[in-house]
Design a protein around this ligand. Structure first.
Ligand SMILES: *Cc1c(COP(=O)(O)O)cnc(C)c1O
Length: 428
C-alpha cells in the first residue's frame, strides 16, 4: 500500500480519538517503532514524548516483551476465561500480587482501563449489598479526576470535564472537592475538613470512594498531597466504605514509586491498573480486590462477581504483562525515573518565566507545563515536524511522560521542543 493510498483509506473509513470525521486533524502514517522512537512512512523519526498515551514504559518493541508475545502465539492466542485457566494469567496475577500491598491479591482481568473501572464500581456495589447494605449503590469521586470514557467511568470523572454532554446516560454519582494541597506543600490535617464534610453530605447511598492516587491525569495533570490518601483511608474505615485507587496512569513507576499509593503508605480495598501493565504492548487492565472484598462478594447473593469480558485475561496480553513485570523486577525503573525527574526539573523549571506559562510541575517521569492558552493544532504539528518530537498538548497542558528508557539526549530534545512550543504559543 502506498502512503497516499493509506491516507486516503484512513480519511475515508477511520475514526480517530477525539477527532472530527469530516475535517480531521492530520495523522502520521507509522511503519515502525523501537525504544523512544516512532518511525514514519517517509523515514522521519519522532521521539515519543508521551510513551504512546502513557503506556510504553520500557520503550517501543522491547525485545523481551515482543519475544514473550511471539512465544505465546506458538501455543494459543485466546481462550474463554470461563471454565478455563492458563499459565500467563496465573503467573501475571502472582507477579501483581507480589508487588502490591499484602492483602491486595484477588485479580480480575479486564480488557481496558475503563472496563477495569466499571468492574471496580460494580465490585463496590456488590460488596455493600453482600454485606447487607443494599442502599449503598453510589460512589464518590474527586473533582478533577479522570477514570475513562465508558458511561460508568465518565460518571466518575470530573463532572465539569469533557463529558458533560453525556450527563443523561451516566449513572449519578457523588463528588468530593478538589484536593488543593499540592504534592510538595506542608501537610495540614485541616485540609481534610472539606473532604470529610463532603463525604458526610453524600448520604446513605454511598458505597465507596474512588481517586487517582497523587497524580490526577487527563482532567487535571496535577499532583496532590499524599496526606489526602491517608485521610480518605480513615474516612472509609470509619464509615464502612470501600476505597478504590485508580492506578491506571500512575502504576508501574510513572510517578517515581512503583505505585503512587506508596507515597502515602496506605492500601485501598480495590486497585485498578492498566496502560503500562503490559509495558504498553497489548491492551490489558485489571481490577484487583482485597481478600475481604472478594470473600464478601462471593459469600453474598448471587455468589459470584457479575462481570465477564469476552477477552478477559487474553493470553497474549498476559504474556506481555509477565515480561513487563519481569523487566520491572530488575529495579532499574527507579534510577531511570529518578534521573528523568531531575532532568525534567532542571530543563522545564526555567519555562516558569515564559509569558503564558501559569505553572511547571514535575514528579517522577511526568513533566507538565500549564499554559494560559494552548497553541493551535497547526503550530503543534509544525513544531513536531521541526523538532522530531511527538507532543500532543491538550486542555491547558503541554506535557511529557517519556519511556523510562529515554536517553538524556532524547529527553533534552523533548524539553527543547516543549520550550519552543511554549515560546511559539506565547507569541514570541
Ligand atoms: C487512561 C485512563 C483510564 C482509562 O483507560 P482506557 O484503557 O483508556 O480505557 C482510566 N483511568 C485513568 C487514570 C487513566 O489515565
Amino acid at each position: 500500500m502506498t502512503i497516499s493510498d493509506l491516507l486516503a483509506l484512513d480519511r475515508k473509513h477511520l475514526w480517530h480519538p477525539y477527532a472530527s470525521k469530516t475535517s480531521p486533524p492530520p495523522v502520521l502514517p507509522v511503519t515502525g517503532a523501537s525504544g523512544s522512537v516512532i518511525r514514519l512512512a517517509d523515514g522521519t523519526e519522532l521521539i515519543d514524548a508521551l510513551s504512546s498515551w502513557w503506556c510504553m514504559t520500557h520503550g517501543h518493541n522491547h525485545p523481551a516483551i515482543m519475544a514473550a508475545v511471539r512465544e505465546q502465539t506458538e501455543k494459543f492466542a485466546q481462550v474463554m476465561f470461563a471454565g478455563f485457566t492458563h499459565e500467563p494469567a496465573a503467573e501475571l496475577a502472582a507477579r501483581l500480587a507480589a508487588v502490591l500491598p499484602p492483602d491486595l491479591d484477588q485479580v480480575f482481568f479486564a480488557d481496558s482501563g475503563s472496563v477495569a473501572i466499571e468492574c471496580a464500581a460494580k465490585m463496590a456495589v456488590q460488596y455493600q449489598a453482600a454485606a447487607g447494605r443494599r442502599d449503598r449503590v453510589r460512589l464518590a469521586a474527586v473533582r478533577g479526576g479522570y477514570h475513562g470514557d465508558t458511561a460508568g467511568a465518565m460518571a466518575l470523572s470530573d463532572p465539569d470535564g469533557m463529558h458533560t454532554m453525556f450527563r443523561e446516560i451516566m449513572p449519578r454519582q457523588h463528588f468530593l472537592p478538589r484536593l488543593e494541597l499540592r504534592f510538595e506543600d506542608q501537610w495540614d490535617e485541616s485540609a481534610m475538613a472539606a473532604v470529610t464534610a463532603a463525604v458526610d453530605e453524600c448520604g446513605r447511598d454511598l458505597a465507596g470512594i474512588i481517586v487517582e492516587p497523587v497524580f490526577q491525569g487527563a482532567n487535571a495533570m496535577r499532583f496532590f498531597h499524599p496526606g489526602y490518601l491517608r485521610g480518605l483511608r480513615r474516612i472509609c474505615d470509619e464509615r464502612g466504605l470501600l476505597l478504590i485507587f485508580d492506578e491506571i496512569a500512575t502504576g508501574f513507576g510513572r510517578t517515581g514509586k512503583f505505585f503512587a499509593m506508596e507515597y502515602a503508605g496506605v492500601a485501598p480495598d480495590i486497585v485498578c491498573v492498566g496502560k503500562a501493565l503490559t509495558g504498553g504492548a497489548v491492551t490489558l487492565a485489571a481490577a484487583i480486590a482485597s481478600r475481604q472484598v472478594a470473600g464478601t462478594i462471593s459469600a453474598g447473593s448471587p455468589g459470584c462477581f457479575m462481570h465477564g469480558p469476552t477477552f478477559m485475561a487474553n493470553p497474549l496480553a498476559c504474556a506481555a504483562g509477565c515480561a513487563s513485570l519481569k523487566l520491572f523486577s530488575s529495579g532499574q525503573w527507579q534510577s531511570q525515573t529518578a534521573a528523568i525527574e531531575s532532568q525534567l526539573k532542571r530543563e522545564l523549571s526555567p519555562l516558569r518565566e515564559c509569558p503564558g506559562v501559569s505553572d511547571v510541575r514535575v514528579l517522577g517521569a511526568v513533566g507538565v507545563v500549564e499554559l494560559t492558552e494552548l497553541p493551535p493544532v497547526e503550530t503543534v504539528f509544525r513544531v513536531v515536524r521541526d523538532t522530531g518530537v511527538w507532543l500532543r498538548p491538550f486542555g491547558r497542558w503541554l506535557y511529557t511522560m517519556p519511556p523510562f528508557t529515554v536517553s538524556p539526549e532524547e529527553l533534552s530534545r523533548i524539553t527543547g521542543a516543549m520550550r519552543i512550543l511554549t515560546e511559539t504559543g506565547s507569541g514570541r
